[in-house]
Design a protein around this ligand. Structure first.
Ligand code: ASP
Length: 322
């Protein structure tokens, strides 16, 4: 028996197009996401032993859904299973198969609740597993290569040969294989022929695990935090309805440099006065708010509205730990 201590990589399945199936191989849109188990996905990746270099693979199905339907209970379950595995000394990393639609939100959630120095690598696919040329197997193999890289740290996303950080990653295209971008920063790195090349070495960020206390609160008790976009002809009455229905936090995706339609202002200020936490970000695809902004606190780190929502949610669950 080989006496060398084997390291484990744990692959957690959650569904998505990577596990999706269509009736016909040429059908790249009319498929059902979240059909195949993660073990089956792994068995469909050629050359895995070359990537793993003796590491042992453990897989677990945490969920089986289309990530457009992602919910807080699944996030909590996923985070708890990730924390469980990351806490084992022989586990090197966790890889998560996920749908592309909300991958950036899950990545940012995990970045804040997982207190770990080990890498967590999310991967996905734009084409179902039944496609003529599916992208899932390559993405999965690339994700495992990143998981084994000694410089990998924090929560990362791997898709189409690129590595992105949880903070910067964003889905930018509904169809093409290269669906993710880190905006003006560019990717954190690339996977080329199985080799990882970093644009800049990742560093452990201050946000890693800072909200891990939230995992101790049942997701059913997490506060209601919503996103509101400012746009031409926007109606303020939705804000009043939300506040009456129990809204606790609101991220406003403002126009341009965080400007907000004047028709929304009094309802937003009234909501804030009633205790709703309001954060402001921009609906622009790239960049962060510059300089002092309006009457509301700017979302931190130049996060997009959906990730700013995650941050505000965690802030409201675990006040004082952000
Ligand atoms: N709707 C799918 C999902 O997010 C899309 C994908 O995975 O590409 O689960």
């Amino acid at each position: 028996m080989d006496t060398k201590k084997l390291q484990k990589i744990v692959v957690l399945g959650t569904g998505g197009t990577i596990a999706g199936t269509a009736a016909r191989a040429e059908d790249l849109t009319g498929y059902t996401a979240g059909q195949l188990g993660v073990q089956l996905l792994l068995s469909g990746v050629p050359g895995l032993s070359e990537t793993l270099q003796g590491d042992e693979l453990v897989s677990e199905q945490v969920a089986q859904l289309d990530s457009k339907d992602m919910d807080h209970a699944t996030w909590q379950a996923l985070a708890l299973r990730s924390a469980h595995w990351l806490g084992q000394s022989d586990v090197r990393a966790v890889v998560i198969t996920h749908g592309t639609d909300t991958l950036e939100e899950t990545a940012w959630f995990l970045q804040q609740v997982l207190h770990t120095d080990k890498p967590v690598v999310l991967t996905c696919a734009m084409r179902p597993a039944t496609a003529l040329a599916p992208d899932g197997p390559q993405n999965l193999r690339d994700a495992l290569a990143v998981a084994r890289d000694p410089r990998a740290v924090g929560v990362l996303a791997v898709c189409a040969g690129q590595i992105h950080t949880a903070q910067r990653v964003q889905k930018v295209h509904p169809y093409r294989l290269e669906a993710f971008s880190s905006g003006e920063f560019g990717p954190q790195g690339w996977i080329e022929q199985g080799q990882v090349r970093w644009a800049e070495s990742p560093t452990r960020s201050a946000e890693q695990g800072h909200a891990h206390h939230a995992l101790g609160v049942p997701s059913a008790n997490w506060p209601w935090v919503a996103v509101l976009h400012s746009h031409a002809g926007v109606e303020a009455r939705q804000i009043d309805a939300w506040v009456q229905a129990g809204l606790k936090g609101l991220v406003v995706a403002g126009t341009g440099n965080g400007t907000v339609h004047q028709g929304l202002m009094s309802a937003l200020l009234a909501a804030q006065a009633q205790g709703v936490a309001v954060r402001l970000t921009t609906r622009c695809a790239e960049g962060a708010l510059v300089g002092p902004v309006a009457a509301f606190q700017a979302a931190a780190l130049g996060l997009n509205a959906y990730k700013a929502r995650v941050s505000l949610l965690l802030e409201l669950i675990a006040p004082g730990h952000h």
